[in-house]
Write a protein that binds this ligand. Structure first.
Ligand code: AMP
Ligand code: MG
Length: 339
């Protein structure tokens, strides 16, 4: 269904990477964006290690990976005759890593063969990175407080240290006044659906907020905001279901203002063996494939909550770029052959 209302960010002219990697790597814009990105990542490490999080190096291949990527295909790797996968996200390893340390993070590459039609959405790369965080024993409120503090710290450090770079890109840092000075907003998925439907956008109450809907609510905001309580069918088996309200997940997304849309997804996690197996079956996953993970879960893994911030999307928002690929040195757009 098409919406009667069109967000302006989605209708911006699609801009593709230059075919020549030299042109991209030597462009003044790329260098400036990557300098800001480096500052954001340094800020993330500073903030998280300051809170006692332990940085882990992320695995890149494994027998299974996150099945919850909206419509994206996984990439197979021949691992000595076994079919392994490139990581679509670090979720299974994040939960397992809590057996070593109670608070962990990693900055991890993810590969998702997104549908061809996402090539010019400005948001989709086939290879991207996440700042992936997991904390044992945390509630949703505790983990969203970490997200909020982290985002504020990263942006604050970048705008303080690199004012010239923001000016070069024409990004007015007054866009971050509310982000730096006020608590982030918070609405439930049901409230977001009602707002969109009232505004003439036919958003389904049982699904992820679609991309047009996401851009619409994002465009109306003046600061980042959390959308909480997504319906069960819309997410992977690892987002914990509410004990009080069946069918509602204890999860959240963080959306940027100005139409940039989703920056981060997170949740309290499911950690109970029987419930995970049930959720796997409900989401069409074969539990037999998840041998190593389920063996750990059966013996016990900590309850936790965590999140992943998309590095390129976050950099795009902070720098005010047209497209997420501009925040990657070797951008891979869905379907486009590139280095
Ligand atoms: P997800 O597990 O799909 O919620 O992804 C976690 C975060 O990674 C999202 O909030 C985005 O910021 C980012 N992300 C997801 N898919 C892509 C993609 N195809 N290209 C770039 N960033 C992505
Ligand atoms: Mg998400």
């Amino acid at each position: 269904m098409t919406s009667t209302v069109e967000p302006t960010v989605l209708t911006r002219e699609p801009l593709l990477p230059p075919a020549d990697p030299r042109a991209h790597l030597t462009s003044a814009t790329t260098r400036t964006v990557l300098r800001i990105q480096q500052e954001l990542l340094a800020g993330a490490r500073e903030y998280l290690t300051g809170l006692g999080f332990h940085e882990m190096l992320p695995p890149v291949i494994g027998p299974v990976t996150d099945p919850g990527a909206r419509g994206a295909k996984q990439v197979d790797v021949d691992y000595y005759g076994h079919q392994y996968k490139l990581m679509t996200s670090a979720i299974l390893y994040k939960q397992a890593s809590l057996l070593a340390f109670p608070k962990i993070f990693c900055i991890a590459p993810n590969v998702r063969l997104e549908p061809l039609e996402t090539c010019n959405t400005s948001r989709h790369l086939a290879e991207f990175h996440q700042i992936d965080v997991e904390m044992a024993g945390a509630s949703r409120d505790e983990i969203t407080a970490v997200v909020e503090g982290l985002v504020r710290h990263m942006v604050s450090r970048a705008v303080t240290r690199l004012p010239g770079e923001f000016e070069e890109l024409g990004r007015d840092v007054s866009a971050f006044t509310a982000l730096l000075g006020e608590a982030f907003g918070r609405i439930t998925h049901a409230e977001a659906v009602a707002e969109l439907r009232d505004g003439g956008h036919p958003q389904s109450p049982d699904a992820e907020i679609d991309w047009t809907g996401e851009a619409l609510i994002s465009e109306r905001a003046s600061k980042p905001f959390f959308v909480t309580d997504y319906p069960k069918g819309s997410r992977g088996f690892y987002d914990r279901e509410s004990a009080e309200t069946a069918g509602v997940l204890r999860n959240f997304d963080l959306l940027a203002p100005e139409g940039y849309g989703e920056l981060c997804s997170g949740s309290e996690r499911e950690f109970d063996y029987a419930r995970i197996v049930t959720r796997m079956r409900e989401t069409g996953e074969n539990p037999a494939k998840y041998g190593w993970y389920l063996a750990l879960v059966r013996e016990g893994i900590p309850a936790s909550a965590g999140f992943g911030i998309g590095v390129e999307r976050f950099t795009r928002y902070v720098t005010g770029l047209n497209s997420a690929w501009q925040a990657n040195a070797f951008p891979k757009l869905p379907g486009v052959v590139s280095p």
